[in-house]
Structures are given as C-alpha cells and as structure tokens.
Design a protein around this ligand. Structure first.
Ligand code: BDR
Ligand code: CA
Length: 313
C-alpha cells in the first residue's frame, strides 16, 4: 500500500532529486509539495516545486510557506551551492501552474485532518511550515502517521557551523518546536546522509531515465558537484533529501536509536541538535525531558545510493 506523504521542501538541487523520487516511486502517494525558503527564496522554491512536477507530467498541489525564520535574522540563500535559481543556474523551461491559495501550514493541517492516521510529513528544509502547522492545529500531533526530518547531526558535526546542520541552523526555533512536539518522528541527519555519495555515473543513469526532468536533475547536480569537489574533496554529492524518502521506504538500510533531542537556539552552538540516548541518566534531567524520538546514527550508503538510482534510472 503506498505511503501518502506531504513533502516539505526548499528546492534546491538535492531537494529536486528527492521530489523526483516522491513523484515517481510506486509506493509513494505524493499529496502535495509545501515550500519554504532555505536553499533559495520562497518564490523560487515555489517556482521550482511547480516546475519539477510539471516536468514529471504530474499535477501536484504546491502550497507556499515560510519566507523567513521564526525568530532569527535570515542568512542569504547559499547560491554558491545550489545556484541563484536553486537548480544550478541552468536554463529552465517556463512554468504554467500556480500555487494553491492555502498556505503551506493550512495545507498540512487540512490534509492531515482529512486522513487521520494516514499522512506522513517528510520535511527536508528549515522547519517553519511544520512549526506553523503545529501552532495552527496542535491536534495534528495525534493525527499524523509519522514525521521524517532531513536535518540535524548527532556525532557527525555540522555542515554550516562546526556543530549545526543547515536545515536546523536556518530556523532553530522552528526546529525546536518540531523535534520536541511529541509526534512520532525520525531524524535523518548528517550521520546517515554523509555515508551516501552519488557519483557522475549514477547521475548519468538517472538523467537517462527521467526525460526532461532528468536534464534538470543532471544539469543542476553538475553545479552542486563542483561545490562538493571544493568543500569535501569528493567526486560526487550527498543526496541528503533523498535519504529521508529512503528511510521511509527502506528503513532497514539505516541504523537508528531512540532518545531525546534538544535544539540549541542561541549562541555559538545555535542549530546544534543535542541527543540524549533513552534510559541514560545525566547530571540533571534537562536533556531527557523532551519526548522520545528516533534518530539515524548511520546508514548503508552504497545500498541507499543503489535504491535512489534504481528508483530514477
Ligand atoms: C540540507 O541542507 C540543504 O542545503 C539541503 O537541501 C539539505 O536539505 C543538508 O544539510
Ligand atoms: Ca533541502
């Protein structure tokens, strides 16, 4: 039976590939794309979400969401990683569709309430839309099937600061609300996504299998790969956001453990996700007081990349 999901995203090169998986995988029923600023500004995020579903020949509702963090000052979008247009500065075809009139938060609330117990939220950008949905209707905590977050880091360290992963750093206040809301949640962070590297041969297979959409995925990945070559010295890229969907469909490819998360919202460690393993006492209870969640501590990177390529080739 397919998994009905809402995919919350800031497309973004690796988001684009994950959106392609969400659109194509036979076990995923994509109910809607909700957009957030992050890798790009909010208008570009919405444009790209519409474009990618049109290129896949599908008409998926797109609901526009957060344009800025809840509390902190917004940093400029990382054009040097994703390009000014979020898709590696390649030339893009025109878009004909428009976003729905509901906000992302309204779309999430209405969709979850319409199918209680069925809908999984997969969030792969800063978490303002999920935080806004929680504020609009806290009742969704008991009605979502699951929440999967690409974000955070337990032992891997950060990618935008020594300790913080980008999606959490971009809006730590929203992340704190979402990661501690008490809904069933799995965090797929850098401890898992850094185990996965998509190389140029993988991208060639994906491009060949995806027609017009494939051209955009491969063209944008070439730009993203340049960043990885310079920053991490690898010949390929980490498909962060696709890993959240890999966890949904193939959880056996991940190692996970349960415990409590807190998010640092201020100071030099802003955006850090602090993990206290379940059952382990610390000097006081502050790190154990949040609800129990599941975090990924590792992954079979080769098998995940194979799953991504098999899905899209
Ligand atoms: C995350 O940050 C964004 O740049 C990527 O799209 C991914 O969601 C990785 O840290
Ligand atoms: Ca993303």
């Amino acid at each position: 039976m397919p998994y009905p999901i809402i995919f919350d995203t800031d497309p973004g090169v690796d988001d684009a590939q994950a959106i392609a998986i969400a659109l194509r995988h036979p076990d995923i029923e994509l109910l809607g794309l909700t957009t957030t600023y992050g890798n790009v500004n909010i208008e570009t995020a919405t444009h790209n979400a519409l474009l990618l579903s049109e290129l896949a020949g599908q008409s998926i509702p797109v609901a526009q969401g957060a344009a800025a963090p809840l509390a902190k000052t917004k940093y400029p979008a990382p054009a040097f990683i994703h390009g000014d247009n979020g898709l590696g500065n390649i030339e893009l075809p025109p878009v004909s569709g428009k976003a729905v009139s509901q906000s992302a938060a309204e779309f999430i609330v209405d969709t979850v309430n319409a199918r209680p117990g069925e809908v999984t939220l997969v969030a792969v950008g800063p978490l303002g839309n999920l935080a806004a949905a929680l504020q609009l209707d806290p009742g969704i905590i008991d009605k979502v099937k699951h929440v999967v977050i690409m974000g955070g880091s337990i032992k891997e360290g950060g990618n935008v600061t020594p300790v913080a992963e980008a999606n959490i750093f971009n809006d730590p206040h929203a992340a704190s609300r979402v990661l501690t809301a008490g809904w069933p949640l799995t965090m797929v962070g850098l401890d898992a996504t850094h185990r996965c590297v998509l190389n140029p041969d993988h991208m060639e297979a994906i491009a060949a299998g995806q027609g017009e959409l494939g051209k955009v995925l491969a063209g944008s990945y070439a730009f993203y790969a340049e960043f990885y070559r310079g920053a991490l010295g690898i010949d390929g890229c980490c498909p962060h956001d696709s890993c959240a969907l890999a966890w949904l469909i193939k959880p056996e490819l991940f190692t996970t453990t349960k415990g409590h998360l807190t998010v640092v919202t201020d100071g030099d460690a802003e955006g850090q996700t602090v993990f206290a393993p379940a059952g382990r006492p610390f000097i006081d209870s502050r790190w154990n007081r949040t609800p129990t969640v599941e975090v990924c501590t590792g992954a079979d990177g080769g098998a995940i990349v194979e799953w991504i390529v098999d899905t899209l080739k």
